[in-house]
Design a protein around this ligand. Structure first.
Ligand SMILES: [Zn+2]
Length: 94
């Protein structure tokens, strides 16, 4: 479901700042405290089935798109971050 929602948001042009349906989808994002093997801290939406337990993630807040969430995660942790391939497939940086 998360995948499909982001597809819809992209199609509607929200990421270009010109939503044509008047709806901007906000989602809650989390970033994993533990880095992956490549050093990335993975960002997930709250409803992602791959989201680890709450003790192992930082809450990033309600953010309008995954790209901003990944940027916020990187700033917060001062580490590299990337979107989860399951819930934010368009925003992997590696
Ligand atoms: Zn995810």
């Amino acid at each position: 479901m998360a995948d499909r929602r982001w597809d819809v948001v992209q199609m509607s042009g929200v990421f270009n700042g010109c939503p044509n349906d008047g709806v901007i989808t906000m989602a809650e994002f989390y970033v994993e405290k533990n880095a992956q093997g490549n050093g990335d801290h993975v960002v997930h939406t709250a409803d992602c089935s791959l989201l680890p337990s709450k003790e192992t993630v930082h809450y990033l807040g309600s953010i309008s798109n995954a790209k901003s969430a990944v940027k916020k995660a990187a700033e917060l942790l001062r580490k590299q971050a990337s979107g989860c391939p399951h819930c934010t497939p368009a925003y992997q940086t590696t």
